[in-house]
Design a protein around this ligand. Structure first.
Ligand SMILES: [Ca+2]
Ligand SMILES: [Ca+2]
Ligand SMILES: [Ca+2]
Length: 337
């Protein structure tokens, strides 16, 4: 009897300790609060352990970083951007990677563990719905500042205590209209990035948000291709880097020529860790080959099943693209249990 009491006391004690450890302080914040920076561009937000934030999902994660286990320096990676709504003129990136031991004392995710994490964060926990571009979502998680952005992530810890959670608020709410921005709002007369620590103008104002740059030309089309970086230039000689995602369109279609518009997500990855006033770029996840706007409009013309390249006929070009990709699958989207 005494032994049973001891065991019971132990169970109560340990479950009480677990409950205590789960009590991370969660603060509901705006993107503007979370992304605030010093004069050097270093993140200042520090209240609370975890944050809850909501907004519109801007990208499909596998179209900008490769989730395949073991694929990159950090193994499989996953990243999305969420844009604030209404007066909350800011946005936040979410990141998850496989090889945390490269940047912390945590263990790495084994391949199978990474896949199950990807399956979890790609779906709304209560409905199983797979999140997509234009959904309104709510995220609760830990955060960490990295090269200009305060990201929601697992603080590079594999322990499930550091999991972030994504919930669906409204499916297919719709993408925000991209704000039209001129390159002279982002670059000064010396073609240097405009940095405003108040985040009310310049590159910071648009960080992690969808913007549109009009009437520019790609000056280095030789750098076109999946995961490449090209440079666009306006008629005043201002330039801006455009990082191309992993979308199949960058392989399938040629670099658009002449004057074009670009619709993408303003990203920052500064050259330094403590002074973060550079490293801005537009990130375009995919291109649909329309020739006038570097973007993926998300709607196809024609109704032909199997018209892989969207040229309104089915022939060997479509078949060869299918054969090239035969039996590939998307980690974190299929084979989830
Ligand atoms: Ca920044
Ligand atoms: Ca986790
Ligand atoms: Ca075709």
């Amino acid at each position: 009897m005494k032994k049973i009491n001891l065991i019971l006391a132990f169970i109560i004690f340990t479950s009480g300790a677990a409950a205590f450890a789960d009590e991370a302080v969660v603060a509901e914040v705006t993107h503007t609060q979370l992304q605030a920076v010093t004069q050097d561009g270093y993140g200042t937000y520090a209240a609370g352990d975890k944050v809850t934030i909501s907004g519109i999902l801007l990208n499909a994660p596998e179209q900008i970083l490769d989730p395949t286990p073991g694929s990159g320096d950090m193994g499989g990676e996953w990243q999305v951007y969420i844009q604030g709504e209404g007066d909350d003129h800011a946005g936040t990136a979410l990141w998850l990677g496989q090889y945390y031991s490269k940047v912390s004392s945590s263990d790495d995710y084994k391949d199978e563990e990474l896949l199950s994490e990807l399956c979890r964060i790609n779906r709304d926990p209560s409905t199983g719905y797979i999140f997509n571009v234009g959904d309104r979502i709510r995220v609760t998680g830990w955060y960490k500042f990295y090269k200009g952005k305060t990201n929601i992530n697992e603080k590079h810890e594999k322990d499930s205590f550091f999991d972030f959670k994504i919930e669906l608020i409204k499916p297919a709410a719709g993408l925000p209209q991209p704000e039209v921005v001129k390159l002279d709002e982002l670059k000064d007369i010396n073609d240097e990035y405009i940095f405003d620590a108040e985040r009310l103008s310049g590159c910071e104002y648009y960080q992690s948000r969808l913007i549109r740059i009009e009437n520019v030309e790609v000056i280095d089309p030789e750098n076109w291709g999946s995961n490449g970086t090209i440079t666009v230039m306006d008629s005043n000689g201002h330039t801006f880097p455009v990082r191309l995602g992993l979308g199949a369109g960058f392989t399938r279609y040629d670099c658009p020529a002449g004057k074009i518009d670009v619709v993408g997500i303003m990203d920052q990855e500064s050259s330094g860790y403590l002074v973060c006033k550079d490293g801005y770029r537009l990130w375009v996840a995919n291109y649909d080959g329309n020739s006038l706007v570097l973007t993926d409009r998300g709607y196809k013309r024609g109704n032909l099943t199997g018209d892989v390249n969207g040229n309104f006929k089915i022939d060997l070009d479509d078949v060869s693209e299918i054969i090239e990709n035969w039996l590939k699958s998307v980690p974190g989207l299929c084979d989830c249990y």
